[in-house]
Design a protein around this ligand. Structure first.
Ligand SMILES: Cc1ncc(COP(=O)(O)O)c(C=O)c1O
Length: 394
């Protein structure tokens, strides 16, 4: 008899629960600055990717309201079938200017942008070389596009070179996160760019966590590394993290973007995002570009957090970005630490397999320009207690 699919799913889920790996959907009841309320309890939020503190900025809210007043809520159609409005086009131009590329193309989510870019560029017989710690959407995109996926040791250009060498004649794309989402470290982009130039491979950077945060005007990790548009011809970034809105884009040459419009299925076969969202994202780009004090404040908070962690004996990972993970190791101990922090009024999510490797469970602390130094100080004190207890549990 055929297995029952729902039963099988339930069985897999029970196994996940047994390993302390069950994920839990929780509704946030309200947000006020860096504070959120969950299950009736006010918590200082260290889980948000709103790195620059723009998600509730009055200029974004006003742009969204103006967009909605002009267009209504939904775009009502795919980009190619009447859904592409002036706000989308203006945002694409704004993003291209900011990132120093000829053109940009919007996608509804970063996940879809990665699927679309890889599916348009790669096919059977090609090779896609990726960092082992790349975001799931890049790995899924490679699996779906039909190319051979070869993963290299994290941030190791030599290992990437060896993977490229295994397929010396195949068309090749090397894809890396600019900033790694669960580790917070920055990819060795200048080295990877030199490797790709030497090997005639195309470099693609997913800068979901670098855009707005790195580089003098927030143009991201590629700009900060001094890597040119020719060296990194495919740049993807999201609008839902430092920009505080939602959606994503791919930026590059006119030839790349024209090709994506024709062949990127997640752009073609989906309803365009609401034009009001595009208006809000354009307002966010202007603030992210020109209000450098937000990056300066973030840098001060990051330095404070790292200094305070050292003083308290909390081991950190080598990150200079707002993503500051605290490695615990075992999933159960990580869960206990998260719960202890919540008991003390802090929301710091536990990141466990399969998002990270077995034995690498961690607390993912995300800092935002919305935090104050006093928030960071309180978190450090609570973390020291929670991590201390987790260590004895290991
Ligand atoms: C590195 C990276 N790429 C892509 C994505 C997907 O972006 P989105 O949330 O817009 O789908 C994320 C996070 O969500 C990410 O961290």
């Amino acid at each position: 008899m055929r297995p029952d699919l729902i039963q099988r799913l339930a069985h897999t889920q029970a196994e996940r629960a047994r390993q302390s790996l069950l994920r839990r959907l929780r509704s946030v009841e309200s947000v006020d600055g860096a504070r959120i309320v969950i299950a009736g309890k006010a918590l200082l939020n260290f889980a948000s990717n709103d790195y620059l503190g723009l998600a509730r900025h009055p200029a974004l809210i006003e742009a969204l309201q103006r967009g909605a007043a002009r267009w209504g809520v939904g775009s009502t159609a795919a980009h190619l079938l009447g859904g592409h409005r002036e706000e989308h086009a203006a945002l694409e131009e704004n993003l291209a200017r900011w990132t120093g590329r000829e053109r940009a193309l919007l996608f509804s989510t970063g996940y879809m942008a990665n699927l679309g870019a890889l599916q348009a560029l790669l096919g059977e017989g090609d090779v896609c070389v990726q960092d082992k710690l790349n975001h799931a959407s890049l790995l899924d995109a490679a699996k779906m596009c039909g190319a051979q996926l070869k993963r290299y040791v994290h941030a190791d250009t030599g290992s990437a070179a060896r993977q490229l060498d295994t397929q010396a004649d195949a068309a090749a794309l090397l894809a890396t996160d600019g900033v790694f989402s669960m580790d917070g470290d920055v990819a060795p982009l200048a080295e990877l760019a030199a490797l790709c130039m030497a090997q005639h491979a195309t470099l693609m950077v997913d800068d979901a966590h670098g855009i707005g945060v790195l580089g003098t005007d927030g143009a991201g990790s590629v700009s900060e590394a001094g890597v040119s548009a020719e060296q990194a011809p495919v740049l993807m970034a999201t609008l839902g993290k430092a920009l505080g809105v939602g959606g994503a884009f791919v930026a590059g040459s006119a030839a790349l973007i024209d090709g994506l419009v024709q062949f990127a299925r997640p752009h073609i076969y989906t309803t365009a995002p609401p034009p009001a969202l595009a208006a809000a994202a354009s307002a966010a780009v202007d603030i992210a570009r020109f209000e450098g004090w937000r990056r300066d404040k973030l840098a001060r908070l990051i330095a404070h957090f790292r200094r305070g962690a050292v003083e308290r004996g909390i081991e950190l990972m080598p990150s200079r970005t707002p993503i500051q993970p605290v490695l615990i190791g075992a999933s159960k101990a990580t869960l206990t630490a998260t719960q202890a922090l919540e008991g003390e009024g802090f929301f710091v999510p536990a990141i466990r397999p399969p998002t990270v490797a077995q034995g690498k469970s961690r607390l993912r602390v995300a800092l935002s320009a919305r935090h104050e130094e006093s928030d960071v100080e309180q978190l450090l004190n609570a973390l020291a207690r929670a991590v201390g207890r987790a260590r004895t549990e290991r």
